[in-house]
Ligand binder design. Structure first.
Ligand SMILES: [Zn+2]
Length: 338
């Protein structure tokens, strides 16, 4: 498999957090403008990038929060969105891209920013990329389970009032200490109003993680599962995923960095695929984790003996599972052009 053939494969990215999908050179410039001493590459890496499996959660959070601190106005948000799309297309030939973001995440650090102006900035960035490249981009609104139901209800309603600009709703953050079921009514409401539902579930290597997938499906009405890598631990969960054709948004390198799996070689991507589960391949946080989708493809080919045919199948499943309309997807998908 040559590099050019791997690049040429048209790709779908379903699981990418916009706030952590920054272009490194841009983020470094913003950090320097704020007076951070990150000129040396190792200094920048120390403050902003996760390059090896994390030792502890605080050290990773430190990097997330650093990135959040420097994305401090709407102009930067527009540039962030445009470059996230541009890099996906130019580096990995992504044609269909879903970006997720939590309005509350940036606003918590920058109370002078405005949620509507931030959304408009993201949309300007995305639209600029869609005009420049053969790609379609959809936005997923993200609720943070570490926040109260009341606060999330506000954001859920805010998203639903602007649902013309969103294709889906997601629930993220620590699933070990913050169960998903209290948010069920919010997700059922969003589903009833036509948004696609994806939920981070079954990610960390803890005993209840696989069962969290069932909560996401049965209580929150998930159409897709964010990560879901721990499904491998539970026959009942795997049978359910096969039966209901539920796609998993797998992010192998992210799983290694967060120690959800011990190594790429031990990642269950191929086993889940062999079981007939609709596995899709995604980056999670391409900026902070310093990985592109084409890198991720190379990783699973090298370490798990995944073939190009497997990757084509995964992209096919991802394309079918996208919350972006099939009409829009077909306008940029090469096979359907002629
Ligand atoms: Zn994620």
């Amino acid at each position: 498999m040559t590099e050019s053939a791997l690049f040429a494969l048209p790709k779908v990215e379903l699981h990418c957090h916009l706030e952590l999908a920054f272009r490194k050179t841009t983020l470094k410039n913003w950090a320097l403008q704020r007076g951070m001493a990150v000129d040396a590459e190792h200094a920048f890496e120390n403050e902003f990038l996760i390059k090896s499996p994390m030792a502890d959660l605080p050290s990773v959070l430190h990097k997330f929060l650093n990135a959040r601190d420097v994305i401090d106005n709407e102009a930067k948000v527009e540039q962030l969105a445009f470059e996230a799309c541009e890099d996906m297309h130019r580096i990995s030939n992504v044609r269909v891209l879903e970006l997720r973001y939590a309005p509350s995440f940036l606003l918590d650090a920058h109370p002078d920013m405005n949620a509507d102006l931030m959304l408009e900035a993201i949309l300007r960035g995305i639209t600029r990329a869609e005009r420049k490249y053969p790609m379609v981009v959809g936005l997923i609104g993200l609720l943070q389970r570490i926040k109260s139901v009341q606060e999330n209800e506000r954001w859920c309603d805010w998203i639903l009032e602007r649902k013309a600009h969103f294709v889906g709703l997601d629930l993220a953050d620590d699933e070990v200490h913050y169960p998903a079921h209290p948010f069920a009514s919010l997700f059922q409401k969003a589903k009833a109003q036509g948004l696609g539902i994806t939920v981070h579930a079954g990610e960390p290597d803890v005993p209840q993680a696989a069962q969290n997938i069932l909560v996401a499906l049965d209580k929150l009405g998930a159409d897709r599962i964010g990560h879901g890598v721990q499904a491998i631990q539970d026959e009942e969960v795997m049978a359910r995923l096969v039966q209901d054709r539920i796609p998993l948004e797998l992010c192998p390198w992210s799983n290694v960095l967060t120690r959800a799996v011990s190594s790429l070689t031990n990642h269950p991507f191929k086993e889940l695929l062999k079981r007939g589960i609709r596995t899709t391949l995604n980056t999670d946080d391409p900026g902070v984790m310093d990985i592109s989708l084409v890198d991720q493809c190379r990783h699973v080919m090298t370490h798990l003996d995944i073939s190009i045919e497997n990757l084509m199948q995964c992209n096919e499943w991802a394309r079918e599972a996208s919350f972006i309309s099939q009409e829009r997807i077909q306008s940029v998908w090469p096979n359907n052009k002629s």
